[in-house]
Ligand binder design. Structure first.
Ligand SMILES: Cc1cc2nc3c(=O)[nH]c(=O)nc-3n(C[C@H](O)[C@H](O)[C@H](O)COP(=O)(O)O)c2cc1C
Length: 157
């Protein structure tokens, strides 16, 4: 395990989670000097988790469920690692629904994995495109950036 190696494993369907994952990677690399591997779980499998000290998992939400591959990833043995988890969900970006969305999509999912004690979790807004046209976008990239900074500080402690 290398102290500065960080994995960001994510599943995206509409692209929002991928964009957040890339933004987080960019900040962890440029501001915190971390070596970051980005893995799109629909296309790749991380070679071995053994090398990573820090693991960030992200997934989108559709039809009331966090994407399956992101949830499946939580079943890995992540003991001894600093783990962070985030979701992209239109409900989380809607004023008044954030707390409920975070409880449903983040806290209750992590409750299924009591061995994981995350250093931080977050629920970001999402984006819905229909026929290539954005119909809803309640993401807040400043919030994603602030969370990446928080992770950077924790991962370099
Ligand atoms: C078919 C469909 C169903 C969705 N269902 C939900 C939902 O149940 N709850 C929610 O908060 N957001 C829902 N959304 C919004 C997504 O969370 C949003 O598109 C988010 O950006 C998904 O992440 P992704 O872009 O990385 O795939 C839905 C979007 C689509 C296209």
């Amino acid at each position: 395990m290398e102290a500065n190696k960080t994995l960001i494993a994510y599943e995206t369907k509409g692209g929002a989670t991928g964009e957040s994952a890339r933004k987080i990677a960019e900040i962890l690399r440029s501001k915190y000097g971390l070596e970051v591997d980005l893995v799109d779980l629909k296309k790749q499998k991380p070679a071995s988790l053994e090398q990573y000290r820090n693991v960030v998992i992200g997934g989108g939400v559709r039809a009331g469920k966090v994407y399956e591959k992101a949830l499946k990833f939580l079943e890995n043995d992540l003991s001894g690692k600093r783990v962070a988890f985030f979701v992209s969900s239109a409900e989380a970006g809607t004023p008044g629904s954030y707390e409920k969305a975070k409880a449903k999509f983040v806290e209750s999912e992590l409750a299924n994995h009591p061995k994981i004690v995350p250093v931080s979790t977050e629920a970001f807004g999402g984006r819905i495109k229909i026929l290539g046209k954005t119909v809803t976008d309640n993401r807040d990239m400043a919030k994603v950036e602030a969370w990446a900074e928080e992770l950077g500080a924790k991962f370099t402690q």
